[in-house]
Design a protein around this ligand. Structure first.
Ligand code: SF4
Ligand code: SF4
Length: 289
C-alpha cells in the first residue's frame, strides 16, 4: 500500500517500542483498508497511534513519547531481569517488564520473584537434580524452564514451560465519573466490559485480569483493586509438547515461592527420565499447592 510523505514521517515518531514499529505500519494499513483507501495518510497513522496508546496504557505511552523527545521520565530497564542461561541447566525468562513496559510496582514484584526463584534454585543446587533427571546428554533441551510474565497478556509465553508465573491485576469499578469514552471496552479483548450510561460493568467470568482497562481509563473509573500471580506448572517444549496446568489461580509472592520450593522437592523425588510433568502426573498437582 502507498504511504504519503507526512504519514511516513509521523510513523517514525510513533511512541512505541522499536520491535512493534513495523507492525504499527501494518496496523495503519489495516485502518486504511477498512476505510477503502489505497494510500495511508497521517490520519490513519494517528488512529494507529491512539490504538497503541490505549494498548500500552497512558503512562507508558507518555514515557515512550518522552524517550523520543529527550524528556523524562522514560521507561526504566531492569537489567537484573536479563538472565544468561548459557552455562545453566535452568532458564528464567522474564517478559518485557525488563524493558520497562510495566509500572514500577509490577516490575518490583516480578524482580522479587525472579530473585526468589534463583535463590531457591541455587541453594537447592537444582542443576544437579536436573542433570540426574536427564536421560539424554545434557543440552538446552535438558533445562528446567521458567517464564515470569508481568500480566496475562503473556508477551513471553509461559504455557509450554516447566513453571510459569503470570501477573494478575484484578480490576474494580470506582465511584468516579465515567466519561463514556469507550476506551476500556475497546481494549478489553475478552469482551468482559459492558458500558451503560452509569459506566462500565465487568464480567468476572470473562475477565483475565490483564489490567488493560484500568491502564486505558482516563478518569480512574476502573482501577486495580489487588495484584498477585497465577502459577502454572508442568508444561513442556521439544519432543513431547504439553501445556502447563494451573497450580494456583491467585497468590502473592510468598505463595509463588512456596510452590517453587515444592517443585524442587518434587523434582528430587524423580528418577532418570522424569520431568516435572511426569512427576505431577505421578504424585498429583496437590503436591505443589
Ligand atoms: S482486566 Fe479484565 S475487564 Fe479489564 S481489559 Fe483485562 S480482561 Fe478486560
Ligand atoms: S470507564 Fe474509563 S475508559 Fe471506560 S468509558 Fe468510562 S471513562 Fe472511558
Amino acid at each position: 500500500m502507498e504511504w504519503n510523505k507526512e504519514a511516513i514521517e509521523r510513523h517514525e515518531q510513533m511512541p512505541i517500542p522499536p520491535s512493534v514499529s513495523p507492525l504499527a505500519r501494518k496496523q495503519a494499513e489495516k485502518i486504511a483498508r477498512k476505510k477503502g483507501l489505497s494510500q495511508v495518510t497521517v490520519t490513519e497513522v494517528e488512529e494507529a497511534e491512539e490504538a497503541y496508546a490505549t494498548y500500552f496504557g497512558r503512562e507508558k505511552a507518555q514515557e515512550m513519547k518522552n524517550l523520543l523527545e529527550g524528556k523524562e521520565p522514560v521507561p526504566q530497564m531492569v537489567e537484573e531481569l536479563f538472565f544468561d542461561a548459557s552455562e545453566k541447566l535452568y532458564d528464567i525468562k522474564v517478559c518485557p517488564v525488563k524493558y520497562g513496559s510495566q509500572r514500577k510496582e509490577v516490575a518490583d514484584g516480578i524482580t522479587e520473584i525472579f530473585r526468589g526463584v534463583q535463590e531457591i534454585f541455587e541453594k537447592e543446587q537444582i542443576e544437579e537434580t536436573i542433570a540426574e533427571l536427564s536421560r539424554a546428554p545434557l543440552s538446552q533441551q535438558s533445562r528446567f524452564t521458567v517464564v515470569i510474565a508481568g500480566c496475562s497478556n503473556c508477551c513471553e509465553p509461559p504455557f509450554f514451560k516447566d513453571l510459569g508465573v503470570v501477573g494478575q491485576h484484578v480490576p474494580r469499578v470506582t465511584n468516579a465519573d465515567c466519561l463514556q469514552c469507550n476506551k476500556c471496552k475497546r481494549v478489553c479483548y475478552e469482551d468482559a466490559i459492558t458500558l451503560t450510561e452509569n459506566g462500565p460493568s465487568i464480567n468476572r467470568e470473562r475477565c483475565i485480569n490483564c489490567e488493560f482497562c484500568a491502564k486505558s481509563c482516563p478518569n480512574e473509573k476502573i482501577i486495580i483493586e489487588k495484584r498477585g500471580y497465577k502459577v502454572i506448572a508442568g508444561g513442556r517444549d521439544y519432543r513431547h509438547p504439553a501445556v502447563a496446568v494451573r497450580v494456583k489461580a491467585f497468590t502473592g509472592q510468598e505463595g509463588v515461592l512456596t510452590t517453587v520450593k515444592k517443585i524442587v522437592t518434587l523434582l528430587k523425588k524423580g528418577n532418570e527420565g522424569d520431568t516435572l510433568k511426569s512427576l505431577i502426573e505421578k504424585y498429583g498437582i496437590d503436591m505443589l499447592q
